[in-house]
Write a protein that binds this ligand. Structure first.
Ligand code: CA
Length: 228
């Protein structure tokens, strides 16, 4: 049996279509038409990934996403009818790992789901423990633990992937393009906003001053780097 996926979507047709494709691929699927029901399912079942509609009758998907993130780190993909960049960025800053714009091809959804799950698996089954420990920042690839001055920071799988990628290459500048292609596993096209908003969220969690970040430095016009 593959992973268990939760779909929170009030449009029954869309929910059923996505469920059908996921089931065909061997996934176990739970559906909820209301955010409140989705939260209940998360408490009762072992969910490995959630697909959240943005426009729900009882709560907007962004709020739902934030609520889930208070206790859970599994990947979250937002389903949005809006195509504006602000929506995209809002979704990513509340802790979502990806977003898909409606109308979508169900195969696209399956592909994104797999990309997100693969990323988790890669980090959960790393063969040798690999640690970055410098300047008060401790990041362990194997245990997925990130600590700042001994205090744990809870990161989403995607945020952890970004941070680890930079830590692994500490001292080197990593371009947005390289980061995006490595972490998201997709072609870069015009994804600088996506990378930027995730870096911003990471810095916020690490208590960085926006204008003077201590850990993740911006190298203007080139990319990002973590000091050795
Ligand atoms: Ca809806």
């Amino acid at each position: 049996m593959k992973e268990t996926i939760l779909i929170v979507e009030d449009e029954a047709e869309i929910a059923e279509l996505v469920q059908l494709y996921l089931k065909q691929d061997g996934f176990k699927v739970h559906k909820a038409a209301l955010a409140a029901d989705g939260l209940k399912i998360i408490e009762q079942e072992q969910i490995q990934l959630a697909l959240l509609d943005v426009m729900l009758p009882d709560m907007d998907g962004f709020t739902l996403c934030r609520r889930i993130r208070e206790n859970h780190l599994f990947p979250i993909i937002m389903l949005t009818a809006k195509t504006s960049d602000t929506d995209k960025i809002t979704g990513l800053t509340v802790g979502a790992d990806d977003y898909i714009t409606k109308p979508f091809n169900p195969l696209e959804v399956i592909a994104r789901v797999k990309t997100q799950l693969r990323r988790c698996t890669v980090y959960n089954t790393a063969a040798s423990p690999t640690v970055y420990d410098a300047n008060g920042l401790y990041v362990c690839k194997e245990t997925h633990i990130c600590e700042l001055y001994g205090k744990a920071i809870s990161l989403t799988p995607l945020e952890f992937s970004i941070l680890w990628y930079l830590c692994e290459r500490h001292g080197k500048v990593v371009s947005s393009e390289e980061l995006f292609e490595a972490v998201w596993g997709e072609d870069y096209l015009d994804s600088s906003n996506t990378v930027m908003s995730h870096i911003a969220r990471l810095r916020e969690k690490m208590g960085e001053k926006p204008r003077k970040p201590k850990f993740i430095k911006t190298v203007w016009g080139v990319g990002y780097k973590i000091e050795p």
